[in-house]
Design a protein. Structure first.
Length: 252
């Protein structure tokens, strides 16, 4: 059974339809990259999967359990407690890091395990130190976000997302706020996660990164998936003229 199943999902903001019948699956251990023009619905999809936005219709299953379904043409959600439990199966990494500025790095990483998962502090801090080592920042445990570079803050944000032991990691343009040198820091960490078969759904505008890390590429256009293929096939044998124009724009 796929870790994530999205079936015929629509999302409207007033009269604007941001998602138009989107369907996809993500298998356990798979890294899937979502690319496409700005405003094509990529980030909206992630926000629906993480329940930061409510769908208008369709169905979303996480590990086979319904996060959202449709009854009589309207989206329905489980009770709040069940909804929160399902949302803890996803970890979200945002464009702008969203770290708590008044907390140290290790406090940012441990706050959810302690307060939500009810882990004891000793175990949570031991896990956090392991995650800090994973992202190459074991010497920054007691630093505050303002003391870090953008790339370091994003790596802490990745460690924080991993701290709840999610079934799937969601990345929403994780390098868009970074310069090229700092981008390389972050993409290297995500590539390491892919090598460890951590399930990921990644919205990105970094084409070479998508090609090297993703098992599969989805291309969004006007709220729809218009192409889906393995990363190698997508980039090496692309026949769709619209997608070729898009890719050529990144090569200039």
């Amino acid at each position: 059974m796929p870790i994530l199943t999205v079936e015929n999902v629509t999302k409207k903001f007033g009269a604007f339809e941001a998602l138009r019948g989107v369907s996809l699956t993500v298998e356990k251990g798979e890294a899937v990259a979502i690319i496409g023009s700005s405003g094509s619905g990529k980030s909206t999809l992630l926000r629906c999967v993480n329940d930061l936005e409510k769908i208008t219709s369709g169905r979303i299953l996480i590990d086979g359990e319904p996060l959202a379904d449709t009854v009589d043409g309207k989206a329905v959600y489980p009770p709040e407690r069940e909804l929160r439990r399902l949302c803890m199966k996803t970890g979200m990494v945002f464009q702008q890091f969203n770290l708590f500025p008044h907390l140290t790095c290790i406090e940012n990483i441990t706050i959810a395990p302690i307060q939500i998962l009810k882990k004891n502090r000793v175990d949570a801090e031991a896990d956090a130190k392991r995650l800090l080592q994973l992202v190459g920042l074991e010497n920054k445990a007691d630093s505050y976000p303002a003391m870090l570079s953008g790339g370091q803050q994003q790596r802490i944000a990745i460690a924080r997302a991993l701290a709840i032991d999610p079934e799937i990691l969601l990345f929403d343009e994780p390098t868009s706020a970074l310069d090229p040198e700092l981008t390389a820091e972050v993409t290297a960490v995500i590539a390491k996660l892919a090598q460890q078969n951590i399930t990921m759904l990644i919205v990105t505008h970094e084409m070479e990164f998508a090609r090297s890390v993703a098992d599969r590429i989805l291309f969004f256009e006007d709220g729809e998936i218009i192409a889906e293929d393995s990363a190698e096939e997508f980039f090496s044998n692309q026949k769709n003229e619209r997608i070729c124009r898009f890719l050529n724009g990144f090569q200039k």
